[in-house]
Structure formats: C-alpha cells, structure tokens
Design a protein around this ligand. Sequence first.
Ligand code: HEC
Length: 205
Amino acid sequence: MADSSNQGSKEMEPTSSRAAVPVGFFVALIVLVYWSTLYLDSNAGGFNAKVYEPFASFDMVKAIQPKGNLDPRFEKGRVAYATYCSPCHQNNGGGSPGQFPPLAGSDWVTAEGPNRIIRLIMNGLAGPIVVNGVDWNPPAQMPPWKDVITDDEELACLVTYIRGESEWGNSASSVTAEQVEAIRAETASRPTPWTQGEIFETSEQ
Ligand code: HEC
C-alpha cells in the first residue's frame, strides 16, 4: 500500500525497450540472400573479364577459338607421326642437320600427289637424295614401315598429317585409305628400300 501511494510523485527513469522485428522481415532477407547467391552463381561468369566485355562481332569470337586443324583424321595422323617418325624427323618436322632431312616444307612430302611418299614410307629409302635442292647423304637410311603400320587408314592419316601440317608450312592434299591400300598391294613383293633414282623412275607423284 505504502509503495503505491508515492509512485506517481517520482520522475520516471528513462528506459529502453526491445520491439519485436516482424518474422516476415527475416523470411524476406533469407529469400533475398538465397536468390542473390543463385543469381551470382549463374550470371557472374567466374568473374572473367571476357564475360563482362561481350564481343562485338562473330569474327571476334572466332579469333579467340583454339587454332589448328581439329579434324579427327588429322589428329590421328599427328599421334602416329609422334609415335613412328618424330624420333628422327623431330616433332617440328625440322629433321636434324646431316642426319635426318626435314619434312617441313620438303618437296617430297608436299608433292602434288601422295603416291611417291606412300611408296617411300612402305619400303624406306637409302643412299643420297636431294631435298629442296639440297644434297643429303645421311649415315642412316629411312626404315621401311609396311610391316609396322599395317592399318591403311592409320597410314593415310599419318600422310595426311605430314602433308597438311600448317605449322610446318605444309598444305598438300589429304590421303585416303584406298590410296594407301593400292600402293601397299603394288609394293607387296618388293623387299628392299628405294633409291632416289629408282623411286623417281617407277612412280608418279
Ligand atoms: C630411324 C630414323 C628415321 C625414322 C624413324 C623415320 N625416318 Fe624418314 N628418313 C630417315 C632418313 C635417314 C632419311 C633420308 C634417307 C636417304 O637419304 O636416303 C629419311 C627420309 C625421309 C623422307 C624423304 C626426304 C624428306 O626430307 O622429305 C620422308 C618423306 C620421310 N623420311 C618420312 C618419314 C616418315 C613419314 C616417317 C614415319 C613413318 C619416317 N620418315 C621415319 C630416317 C628416318
């Protein structure tokens, strides 16, 4: 009783109070954060500058595409070349001075037709030769491949590759398995490597 009688006469102390935030606000916030994460995930492009500077033309997009010949036959030929030929003629087709003549830019490789070079690969080549007007008389000979590369399509891809490798400056026509098959049959009974004189006499380019 005594307490309540003098309550009204005292000044009230200032108070702070907590008002409840509406649940709806939190729900909206969570939805917003969730949505913005999804939005960033699908639209941020990994923060790659190229994504934020769209290309002005199709040519600009084309210019940044990977270079080189992506034809699967050409790629198969590249693998075969790396397996069988690059130990001597090198990956860049440059050969090795005095030892192995170059295939890059070689007039043997880029001749108009592939007949002579397919024959050469079947049986190998020995003795002095001329490549692009330069005399070669290497100590080793070019080995025969007919018993090693027995798949006509694989050999066709290989010849297509060395004739067409633009990084070597070569751009000669491609070769089919039928062309290889025909020459394999023609040369089947020949056991020895060619000499330059012989291969020039007996075969067209
Ligand atoms: C063991 C080393 C060796 C390997 C492996 C080899 N070659 Fe040769 N190649 C030679 C030599 C040596 C000559 C030169 C022969 C001569 O002077 O009579 C030659 C010459 C050539 C020539 C003619 C000359 C020229 O420079 O264009 C061609 C074409 C050729 N090779 C292609 C190939 C291909 C294709 C392969 C893989 C299937 C291959 N070679 C694998 C050693 C090799």
